[in-house]
Structures are given as structure tokens and as C-alpha cells.
Design a protein around this ligand. Structure first.
Ligand SMILES: *Cc1c(COP(=O)(O)O)cnc(C)c1O
Length: 495
């Protein structure tokens, strides 16, 4: 399959080139030139392991690797004991036609592991195919979960270094500890004064600075990305939607071919975009429910056809969704406009220059048909966590609770009883304080105590990787201004 830039279809790349480069030249994102569609593809996945399913789905997108390579990568990622659930992405069936896809059984307890455990294999193999001799310096801005998952995925991977920037006051205590105590000889972690968008804008500037690229090239390195703008993040994510559907049919929760809705707690639009790709590849989906927290730019976008980032930024208890510029929406624009690079480029230029863009009416109709969008504030998020626990004994993290809330709002508004697959993106233990507070408890101080407190209250198992964090030595304690990010790169390069 060929990939083209969303802003200029004349810029093409192989899968390996797209994965190695991250961003397309000129600032666009690489997107499939055309998606293969097969309404029966999901059937071939029933009875297969998660690794086999992933290899099969990735095989629809990625040619140019050696025979059997994709399956080898998938086995290394999902079957080497780093996931604490059989099947890596288990499905739970709840009452009332609700199903939960739990994507947080990996080493960092959030859904980013699903892609970032396999991305290092895809990236290093891609570099080899491209004949790249230089070392990849992976720059990542994180709202909390990507950073840790990237560090964990790439630690001590030969031929790579990882530098993570996180917003100083924008992540949970556990998220911060997970990153600042990271082990590995090829990793760096730096806090940035500002919010996630400041950190992300800073990283985009570093990527876009030709003089800087030239200088690091002289030292035998080049910039690469582990953010969800990288295709190598999106493609493994398509796999779990197919896998979940195969499980739903396999467990006789739905009839074969019966359409479902998928409800995704959304930030940078990467997860829900993967669901859109799965849908266009023939998965029986009838609606995507896009759930936001108080940073509800996407809700307004779907409802009004106007994307407007000129608004107040809120720090919430679901920090991985505290985003005003959802990068992967660009790929959805490209796909749903029928591959119009002109339209996509115009929208993105307008967003950069005046902070907003308006969809043409026909395209807005397409978005409204395929997406429903809703948001909820902090109080509703807490109430949802509490009622899920009280009524059905399901323990939800704040991000997932935002999705449950949107699923409920959709049902109430439409009366539609179609089964809904709710995507659960983080372990409740990763946001322990918020969950305890929602359940009416007072978190018992710092360190491990809240984890044990939540465990005592609910009996839910604590992810092994979160235990013992507060006893690990802090290796990284630097804070820089956005202007200081370049200096941090130099230190990573060793200059
Ligand atoms: C990253 C993340 C999200 C948002 O996913 P996007 O792909 O950026 O839309 C939601 N929840 C959690 C827990 C996350 O880590």
C-alpha cells in the first residue's frame, strides 16, 4: 500500500518510509492512498490469538517487510509477558448491550502500549528497509500516557534514543513518577512549563527546524516521532477493533455481521481514527461516538461543523484528553473528503493562521452521519465513575468514564439500542486519587497508599508495574520553558 501526504498527494511514501519519517515533508500526515475493504475479513480472525489477529490486520496495510515479520513483531509485543491479560485486549460484557474493550493491560497501564509495544519493531525494521544508517532520535510530547509508553517501548532498543517532554502541571502524580523514574540508557525526560499544547507545539517546531535537523544529522542522528501522527501507531490500533468484534461474535454477544457503535474517549483523535479506518475496511460499525472532557472542541466540531481552538484550556482529571488541537483529525478530513489534499491543507492552514476552520456543508453532513459527539465536565465524570461502580461493579478510570457518559447520553438522546463497544483506555489505578475521590473516599496520602486503598475498597487487582513506583529513584527532574526545549535536545545528543 502507498501512503500520501494529507496536504499534497504528490508526496508519496512506502509504509517503511512513512513510519521512519513520522511527519510528511511540508507538514502533512501520511495517510493510506486507499483503504482495502472486505466485509468478511473479521470472520477470518475468530479463533486466532491477539498477535495473529494483529499481524493479519497489519498485513492489510504494510507490505515490504519480510515474510513472517509482522507475526514475529506481534508475538514479541503481545506474547512476551508484558501484558497481564490473556489476549492483550480483553473484552468485557456489561448489562444493557454495553461492551468494554480494555486496552490497559500493558506495561504502562494505558492504551498507548497497544501500539508502542510494537512500534519499536516496526520502526527499526523500517529503518533497515530504508537503508537508514543514522540513529533515530524520537521526540515526543505527551499529555501523560504516550511518554511513558514510548519510554517503555523504546528503552534500550539499539539504534534509537527517546526524549519525552511533558507539561509540568498537566499529568497525574503516578504518570509523572512513571516517567521520571524511567530506566534505560537511551532515554531522557524533561518537564515543560505550560500545557500539553505548548509541549506539542514545541516539538513540532523542533521537527520543522531545518537548521536543527542538519546539525543533528552531522552527529549521525535524525528526528523521528512516536506520537500518534506516526502511522506505525495507528495501524496496530486498527487491530483491536477487529479483534473486539470477532470476540463479540465469538462470545455470541452479537450476531455475525450485526453493526455496533464504538464509543472512544478522545484526545488527539488517533484512537477513534483507527476505528474509522476499521469501519471503512469493512468492519460492521454504524456510528462512532466521540467523547470529550471539558475541553470540548471536538463536540462543537461535530455538532457545528466548525473547528475552533480559540478557547480556554482546562486541566481535568482526564489529562490525556486535555487537548485543543487534535492532530489526527487531519487524517479524518482527508479520508472523509474523499482524499482531498486541497481541502485538508486549506483547513490546516486556516487553523494555524486564524485558529479555526469551517467545514463545507456536505463534508459536515458526512461527519455528522458517521460521528456523534458529546462531552462532560468533572462532576459528571465523577458521578459516572461512582454509578458504574455502585450499579454494575465496574471500576472505570476518568477517561473511560467520559466515554461511558457519552454512550449513555447517546442512548438517551436517540433511543437507539444498538450494542455499544466502549473503549477503556486506562487502568483506574493510574488515576487512583480521582477514582477514590469519585467513590467518596479521601485518598490516603502519597506513594502506594492510595493504590492499596482502592484495592481494599474494590478488590480489583493492582497492575504490577504501578507498585513500587514511589521507591524507585527519580532520574529526571528538569523543567524547561518551551524555548529551552532545543537545549534539551542538544544534551540528549551529547553536544
Ligand atoms: C491518549 C489517551 C486518550 C486519547 O487518545 P487519542 O488517540 O489521543 O484520541 C484517552 N485516554 C487515555 C487514557 C489516553 O492515554
Amino acid at each position: 500500500m502507498r501512503y500520501v501526504s494529507t496536504r499534497d498527494k504528490n508526496i508519496g511514501a512506502s509504509a517503511q518510509e512513512a513510519i521512519a519519517r513520522g511527519l510528511a515533508p511540508g507538514g502533512g500526515l501520511y495517510a493510506p492512498e486507499a483503504l482495502p475493504c472486505n466485509r468478511n475479513f473479521w470472520k477470518s480472525l475468530i479463533g486466532k490469538s491477539y498477535a495473529e489477529r494483529t499481524a493479519a490486520v497489519m498485513g492489510q496495510f504494510l507490505d515490504g517487510f519480510g515474510p513472517g515479520d509482522l507475526e514475529t513483531f506481534a508475538r514479541r509485543a503481545y506474547e512476551s509477558g508484558r501484558f497481564d491479560a490473556e489476549g492483550a485486549a480483553p473484552l468485557r460484557t456489561l448489562p444493557n448491550g454495553l461492551h468494554v474493550l480494555e486496552l490497559w493491560h500493558g506495561p504502562t497501564a494505558a492504551f498507548k502500549d497497544m501500539a508502542l509495544q510494537i512500534l519499536p519493531h516496526l520502526l527499526t525494521a523500517s529503518l533497515k528497509v530504508c537503508g537508514e544508517q543514522r540513529e533515530a532520535l524520537i521526540l515526543t510530547a505527551t499529555s501523560g500516557d504516550t511518554g511513558k509508553a514510548a519510554l517503555e517501548g523504546f528503552r534500550d532498543v539499539p539504534g534509537t534514543r527517546v526524549l519525552v517532554f511533558f507539561p509540568r502541571h498537566g499529568v497525574s502524580l503516578i504518570q509523572e513518577l512513571q516517567m521520571t523514574t524511567q530506566e534505560g540508557a537511551n532515554v531522557g525526560v524533561v518537564a515543560v512549563r505550560g500545557n500539553f499544547d505548548d509541549a506539542q507545539t514545541g516539538v513540532k517546531k523542533l521537527f520543522g527546524d531545518p537548521a536543527l535537523s542538519e546539525r543533528i544529522d552531522k552527529r549521525g542522528l535524525f528526528f523521528s516521532s512516536a506520537n500518534s501522527i506516526n502511522l506505525g501507531r495507528l495501524i496496530p490500533q486498527v487491530a483491536y477493533y477487529f479483534s473486539a468484534y470477532a470476540d463479540m461474535v465469538g462470545q455470541e454477544a452479537i450476531a455475525a455481521g450485526q453493526p455496533i457503535h464504538i464509543c472512544v474517549p478522545t484526545g488527539n483523535f488517533g484512537n477513534i481514527l483507527s476505528a474509522l479506518y476499521a469501519w471503512d475496511m469493512g468492519l460492521p460499525v454504524s456510528r462512532l461516538l466521540c467523547a470529550s472532557n471539558r475541553n470540548n472542541v471536538l463536540t462543537d466540531f461535530v455538532r457545528e461543523g466548525v473547528y475552533d481552538r480559540r478557547r480556554t484550556f482546562y486541566s481535568t482529571m482526564s489529562p490525556s484528553m486535555d487537548i485543543l488541537v487534535s492532530s489526527n483529525l487531519e487524517r479524518a478530513l482527508f479520508l472523509l473528503s474523499g482524499g482531498s489534499d486541497v481541502l485538508t491543507r486549506d483547513c490546516m492552514e486556516s487553523l494555524r493562521e486564524i485558529g479555526r476552520y469551517t467545514l463545507p456543508k456536505t463534508l459536515w453532513q458526512v461527519f455528522r452521519q458517521r460521528f456523534y459527539a458529546d462531552w462532560c465536565g468533572e462532576g459528571e465524570t465523577r458521578r459516572t465513575i461512582a454509578s458504574l461502580w455502585k450499579e454494575i461493579r465496574y471500576l472505570s478510570d476518568p477517561h473511560t468514564a467520559v466515554a461511558f457518559h457519552a454512550a449513555g447520553a447517546y442512548r438517551e438522546e436517540t433511543g437507539d439500542k444498538t450494542p455499544i463497544l466502549v473503549v477503556s483506555t486506562a487502568s483506574p489505578y493510574k488515576f487512583c486519587d480521582a477514582v477514590l475521590t469519585a467513590l467518596g473516599e479521601t485518598p490516603a496520602g502519597d506513594g502506594e497508599a492510595p493504590l492499596e486503598q482502592l484495592h481494599a475498597l474494590t478488590g480489583w487487582p493492582v497492575p504490577e508495574s504501578l507498585r513500587g513506583l514511589s521507591k524507585k529513584p527519580v532520574r529526571f527532574d528538569r523543567t524547561v520553558t518551551p524555548e529551552g526545549m532545543e537545549q534539551a535536545v542538544w544534551e540528549m545528543v551529547g553536544a
